[in-house]
Design a protein around this ligand. Structure first.
Ligand SMILES: NC(=O)c1ccc[n+]([C@@H]2O[C@H](COP(=O)([O-])OP(=O)(O)OC[C@H]3O[C@@H](n4cnc5c(N)ncnc54)[C@H](OP(=O)(O)O)[C@@H]3O)[C@@H](O)[C@H]2O)c1
Length: 250
């Protein structure tokens, strides 16, 4: 059986947890040489073991622009130029408008918006022509979900960036697409400080809001990323693959 990403060099930001970890595992199983990044050294080490296939794990905070380029330099030294960049690192931050502080606004914006912009910019010298960039946006980018204004704005910003980056990078045959998940079971809400009960309650609420009446899985998302990273999506750029169980449009 032929592998879809044989010998491709792939970088997944936020690859030590949740969706990014699922993507890294599938890409490695499909033959890619995978590097993951994140902030937590200990979960990076555990994730690298789980991914196997000689994956590389690097600590890098995307909100600190100075710490982005060293990742791509190291990947280039270890594996060569990059064929697939998954710009996935992100956080959620929710609170009613009147309670949302400037510090919360800066944190979510620095990671989900500024971090995405500079991750792609700093990768440019290390990307092969014909590379594929996939940005993890969210189906809620198009929804008015109470309490999530700043987060949703960052996810809409990501889709705006994807369209412009796709136009700018088309001369190098670099494709840039978004993947917009619906509600997926990952540790994202617990990391944002919600109790397990609260996080589960939100997941139930989201599941009941979608046509298929369930949340999605990391594996279902990973298959979408594989499509966008591989030649299977060779005629797609500037687009958005919505994997949300029928939430946005139904
Ligand atoms: N789960 C959902 O329902 C859902 C729905 C739509 C979109 N998304 C998007 O999917 C992406 C992945 O989220 P997830 O659900 O898989 O959550 P997750 O399990 O919490 O994963 C988030 C990842 O991002 C990394 N990260 C966060 N801040 C970072 C920073 N400043 N620098 C570098 N890495 C950082 C985390 O690493 P550390 O743990 O080391 O910080 C972690 O690996 C996010 O962009 C999120 O907005 C998720």
């Amino acid at each position: 059986m032929s592998l879809k990403l044989n010998n491709k060099v792939a970088v997944v930001t936020g690859g030590n947890s949740g969706i990014g970890l699922g993507v890294a595992k599938l890409f490695a199983a499909e033959g890619a040489k995978v590097t993951i990044t994140g902030r937590n050294e200990s979960t990076i080490k555990t994730a690298v073991k789980a991914i196997g296939h000689d994956a590389l794990g690097l600590v890098s905070n995307v909100a600190d622009v100075e710490s982005i380029s060293p990742v791509f330099e190291r990947v280039n030294d270890t594996f060569g130029k990059i064929d697939i960049l998954v710009v996935n690192a992100g956080i959620v931050m929710m609170a009613p408008l009147e309670q949302f502080t400037e510090a919360m606004f800066d944190q979510v914006t620095d990671i989900n918006y500024k971090g995405v912009f500079f991750t792609v910019q700093k990768a440019l010298p290390y990307l092969n022509d014909g590379a594929s960039i996939v940005v993890t946006s969210s189906t809620v980018a198009d929804k008015g979900l109470a309490g999530a204004a700043a987060y949703i704005a960052t996810k809409a910003a990501e889709r705006a960036l994807v369209r412009v980056f796709a136009a700018e990078l088309a001369p190098r045959k670099i494709r840039v697409n978004a993947l917009s998940p619906g509600s997926i079971a990952t540790p994202i809400f617990e990391k944002a400080g919600y109790s397990k009960e609260h996080a589960d309650g939100m997941a139930d609420f989201f599941a009941n809001s979608v046509a298929l009446k369930r949340g999605g899985t990391v594996d279902e998302m990973a298959k979408g990323f594989l499509f966008l990273a591989s030649e299977d999506s060779s005629y797609m750029t500037g687009g958005d693959l919505v994997l949300d169980g029928g939430w946005r449009d139904l």
